[in-house]
Design a protein around this ligand. Structure first.
Ligand code: FDA
Length: 300
């Protein structure tokens, strides 16, 4: 990130929320479940699948985890009622992972159980490296009882190849593979674009080689090209993998992937806690953040 972008990112917290909201709008479906349903119906109408994400991360008390659980159960009911082609992504910190992993497991199990009753699926998002072991632990426990749950692994972590191999050996073969969004130390994570991409491609190749179902989650042309090449080399049908992208990011790439005959799932975040998610997206792409600043000044 160059110095101008660093300054832009550092200035973000000082920007009025109403302006951040304006620039965040392509990336979030809205504040309510009804907003999210509308966006998913529209994506489905264009031939895309969706995964819904109720925004909101760390919680501090158990009742907050139960609140998140109840809201997530409502999402599954809405998907069922509205006949949407969508599943749900959850962050375990929202369900109490940092309070007590056993408690989190029980909360997550009620969600995965309900999803199973409705013929649906839960994707466990991966958070920062302080959560990796416990997230994988919860996933393993859930899979003892439920087939309808998968996990996310991050291409930037040096441990990911080993985690992927270990899970696949146990028969746990449903992944989303992304680069990883959190800032991690160089001892545990690749930091350079080329090194991250190299590891991502190696892990993807080995997952597909071992017949895992992979959500290839990226907006990076190089990784999309590698995805095309690898699914071809492994002789996969279009039902045996999918591409995944975030709402609002590179719609032209989304259209191309669909046109080329691949399944594409869009990650649709919504909810009252949109602010932190938006700041994270802006930090990833300071050009967008730069527009927020321009808007600020043009309003003066
Ligand atoms: P890269 O960052 O190199 O971006 C490639 C290009 O895409 C950029 O040059 C730019 O043009 C465009 N682009 C990327 N981000 C943009 C943005 N915000 N706005 C506008 N343009 C943008 N991470 C994690 O740690 N845990 C998780 O569970 C998930 N889950 C997840 C689900 C899905 C469906 C996706 C697509 C991504 C995630 N991520 C994630 C985020 C992921 O780890 C990563 O940070 C982003 O996808 C950015 O990496 P890319 O592979 O897109 O490449």
């Amino acid at each position: 990130m160059d110095i101008v972008n660093k300054i832009i990112v550092a200035t973000l917290p000082a920007i009025p929320k109403s302006i951040v909201r304006k620039f965040a709008s392509p990336y979030i479906a809205g504040e309510t479940l009804d907003d999210a349903v509308r966006v998913v119906r529209n994506l489905n109408g264009q031939g895309m699948l969706a995964t819904l994400d109720l925004l909101g991360e760390d919680i501090h008390e158990r009742p907050e985890a139960h609140q998140s659980r109840d809201q997530i159960l409502e999402i599954f009911d809405a998907i069922h009622r509205e006949h949407l082609d969508a599943n749900v992504s959850v962050k375990l910190s929202q369900l109490g992972l940092k309070l007590d992993r056993q408690f989190c497991l029980e909360t997550a199990a009620s969600i995965v159980g309900r999803a199973r009753q409705l013929g649906n699926f839960v994707r466990i998002d991966m958070e920062d490296s302080s959560c990796t072991d416990d997230t994988i632990w919860v996933y393993r426990q859930l899979r003892k009882e439920y087939p309808n749950v998968g996990i996310v692994l991050q291409g930037y972590l040096k441990r990911t190849q080993a985690d992927s191999d270990a899970l696949i050996r146990e028969g746990l073969k449903n992944f989303r593979l992304c680069k990883g969004i959190y800032i991690e130390p160089a001892e545990i994570a690749f930091k350079e674009h080329d090194a991250i991409n190299k590891n991502y491609i190696a892990v993807l190749d080995s997952m597909l080689n071992q017949k895992a179902y992979v959500g290839i989650a990226t907006h990076d042309d190089e990784l999309v090209r590698a995805g095309y090449r690898l699914v071809k080399e492994h002789g996969l049908k279009s039902s045996e993998y999918e591409f995944q992208m975030l709402l609002g990011v590179r719609p032209e790439l989304r259209a191309r992937i669909l046109r080329d005959g691949h399944r594409l799932r869009v990650y649709v975040p919504f909810g009252k806690h949109w602010y932190r998610y938006s700041i994270r997206r802006f930090k990833e792409n300071p050009q967008v953040a730069g527009n927020v600043l321009k808007a600020l000044f043009s309003h003066n």
